[in-house]
Design a protein around this ligand. Structure first.
Ligand code: PMP
Length: 300
């Protein structure tokens, strides 16, 4: 990973190497942290953060799910996010805000543990460095929404994604798809997933997946293009028979899927709606979509 110079930590900009915590930090032991992943892109007017307010709203929502009171307002966190990007003088970057239960109290219940907040950013190119990906439906299932708050981005939950990713190690597959408890398609370890069939867009409904901001962006762009979007339970067989499939996510952006469990999806080529959405997404993130200029916050 490429380091930058500064990190925002508990209200102050500090040198990257000074943003430290104690090994007895609550979150390190119990995964009691909420986090976000955003991207800032190069625009004609300097770096612009994509859907900043939506990400910070989700950070507050995820934090609230673990009874965490963030000692800063949403406005302060948004301002701090811009400050970190500007201070590090990057043209484009990935941004990682994290809220976590800190040092001084042990025991699973985080009662009385102090809350810390940090925001880092660094240049991070393509998360999935392939034009199209070969995907495997992994054996690990997405954790039940009865087991955790499935739509929140909480650090401890990511063991589920980690286990799914470990299954792919040493295989020819570049990414995975997790099924839900009932055997329907849920999502990738760090992405939501879409399918195209007969010109319509299909995606698993919310409930036991992360409510992806890229997912919401794709749905909004589809509406602009007059393409119908259907949110429903999707079986693996329906996925194999799709005309197209693609992932959506801040890190992965729009990544077309070539095969699932070795079934070639449609023509297996990067074309059609996947291509259209990838292009439309690129326009939106770089402020070239006139209708959705407000999705981008410039960091001056
Ligand atoms: N699902 C999971 C499990 C994720 O980690 C992510 C990445 N945050 C996504 C979906 C996509 O969400 P977003 O579009 O908000 O980045």
């Amino acid at each position: 990973m490429e380091f930058t110079k500064y990190i925002w930590h508990n209200g102050k900009i500090v040198n990257w190497e000074d943003a430290k915590i104690n090994v007895i930090t609550h979150a390190l032991h119990y995964g009691s942290a909420a986090f976000e992943g955003l991207r800032a892109y190069k625009t004609d007017k300097g770096p612009g953060i994509f859907r900043l307010e939506d990400h910070i709203n989700r950070l507050f929502y995820s934090s609230k799910c673990i009874a965490m009171e963030i000692p800063f307002s949403k406005e302060e966190i948004m301002k701090a996010t811009c400050e970190v990007v500007a201070k590090n003088e990057v043209e484009a970057c990935y941004i990682r805000p994290i809220t976590f239960y800190g040092y001084g109290v042990m025991g699973v219940s985080p009662k009385d543990a102090p809350v810390e907040v940090a925001i880092a950013c660094w240049p991070w190119g393509a998360y999935i460095p392939h034009e199209m990906v070969d995907v495997k439906i992994v054996n690990h299932r997405r954790l039940s929404p009865h087991a955790f708050q499935a739509d929140a981005k909480i650090a401890g939950h990511y063991i589920n994604s980690l286990m799914a990713s470990l299954e792919l190690r040493g295989t020819k597959y570049q990414e995975g798809i997790l099924l839900d408890e009932q055997g329907f398609i849920a999502e990738g370890p760090g992405e939501n997933v879409f399918f195209v069939k007969d010109g319509k867009l299909y995606t698993p409904q919310l409930g036991n997946i992360l409510a992806g901001i890229t997912r919401a962006t794709v749905i909004a762009l589809a509406k602009d293009m007059g393409i119908e979007v259907i949110e429903k339970q999707i079986t693996p067989e329906e996925a194999y028979a799709a005309d197209e499939a693609f992932y959506s996510g801040t890190a992965a952006e729009v990544t077309p899927i070539r095969t699932i469990d070795d079934h070639v999806i449609g023509s297996g080529k990067f074309e059609g709606l996947a291509k259209k959405f990838k292009e439309a997404y690129q326009e939106a993130i770089t402020m070239r979509n006139q209708k959705h200029q407000d999705w981008v916050t410039l960091c001056k």
